[in-house]
Design a protein around this ligand. Structure first.
Ligand SMILES: [Zn+2]
Ligand SMILES: [Zn+2]
Length: 111
């Protein structure tokens, strides 16, 4: 994601250098955090670091994400970022499959 160094520093500071993944907040990975349950406290200095800046909505394109303000961004550790990416990809695939099935049904009805 093409975000300025200044924005990155500001977001990291606002997050107090910690992964902001919380299961009760939007944009979380919804996965298992080792030792810490629904919240992730991975720090920038942890093995999971450095922390990444990501859009709240994992389906946001890089181009759109670059225009988001800090409020629309989330600081995530690599583990959470990856889990979230996989979930978003799976969800997108499921949506595409459902759309394909619907299109196929419509086609069948036309015959
Ligand atoms: Zn995390
Ligand atoms: Zn997480």
């Amino acid at each position: 994601m093409s975000i300025g160094r200044q924005e990155y520093r500001a977001a990291l500071k606002a997050a107090e250098g910690q992964c902001q993944c919380r299961h009760d907040r939007p944009g979380s990975c919804r996965g298992q955090h080792r030792h810490t349950g629904p919240s992730c406290y991975a720090h920038a200095d942890d093995p999971e670091g450095p922390l990444l800046l990501a859009a709240l909505d994992p389906d946001t394109t890089d181009r759109d994400a670059a225009r988001l303000s800090v409020a629309g961004l989330l600081v995530l550790c690599r583990a959470c970022w990856t889990r979230r990416r996989i979930r978003a990809d799976d969800a997108r695939e499921a949506r595409a499959e459902a759309a394909l099935t619907a299109a196929q049904l419509a086609l069948d009805l036309d015959l």
